[in-house]
Design a protein around this ligand. Structure first.
Ligand code: CA
Length: 226
């Protein structure tokens, strides 16, 4: 049975999450602060951590750093603050996903399952990956092509990382809008298309034999790689 550690000091939220996760078939442990979370983590390393940012004493970012020193266990950040800055800080710190409150528990379950389904390419703890001559360091949010760093805007970087974490999988525009743009972003698909266009330009020297960002007409995009 896969186990989830919930780190959340708001009792009502933690209780609802725990109930839904148990109903979905997960083993659940709970911690209300960083110190007890670390103790729980070391006693029984979970399959995934749901980590609130606003915690007493040690905040979620600090705890994420301590978790990352120990393990590449997937972490989904729960945040009341809906700023892109927090999300980027979380992803910079090695979080695998984030959810903004208020969230519906069904969505949390879906995100947990999606993160757990990702290939375990992080099992060595490195969160770095080669796609031919393209090299991505997910934790550092840096991209190199033939050894030269590729300069990207934070948003284009997030789009690339999202696709690259799911090589050869189809990602819809809606998925990209939801994960990379604000949850409630009501702009057009055009923003995604423009970001993809800029990424293709930035990666124009990536040989097509090694990989490319493919358009799946009417569906979305895919980072195809050999
Ligand atoms: Ca909190």
């Amino acid at each position: 049975m896969q186990s989830i550690l919930i780190v959340e000091d708001e009792e009502a939220i933690a209780r609802v999450l725990a109930a839904y996760l148990r109903k979905a078939g997960f083993h659940v442990t709970r911690a209300a602060d960083g110190q007890s979370a670390l103790e729980a983590f070391e006693e029984a390393p979970p399959s995934l951590v749901l980590l609130d940012i606003m915690l007493p004493e040690m905040d979620g970012f600090e705890l994420l750093g301590l978790i990352r020193e120990r393990s590449s266990c997937p972490v989904i950040m729960l945040t009341a603050r809906d700023g892109i800055k927090d999300r980027l800080a979380g992803l910079d710190g090695g979080a695998d996903d984030y959810m903004s409150k208020p969230f519906i528990p069904e969505e949390v379950i879906a995100r947990v399952r999606a993160v757990l389904r990702r290939p375990s390419q992080w099992s060595d703890g490195s969160r770095k990956r080669h796609y031919g001559s393209l090299f991505i360091d997910f934790s550092a949010r840096s991209v190199f092509l033939n050894g030269a760093e590729v300069s990207l805007s934070p948003r284009d970087m997030s789009v690339l990382l999202f696709l690259a974490e799911r090589p050869n999988q189809i990602c819809t525009r809606d998925q990209l809008l939801e994960h990379v743009w604000e949850m409630d972003y009501d702009g057009s698909d055009r923003a995604v298309d423009l970001s993809i266009k800029r990424l293709r330009q930035a990666l124009s020297h990536w040989p097509g034999s090694e990989g490319e960002i493919r358009t799946l007409r009417g569906t979305g995009y895919q980072l195809w790689t050999t």
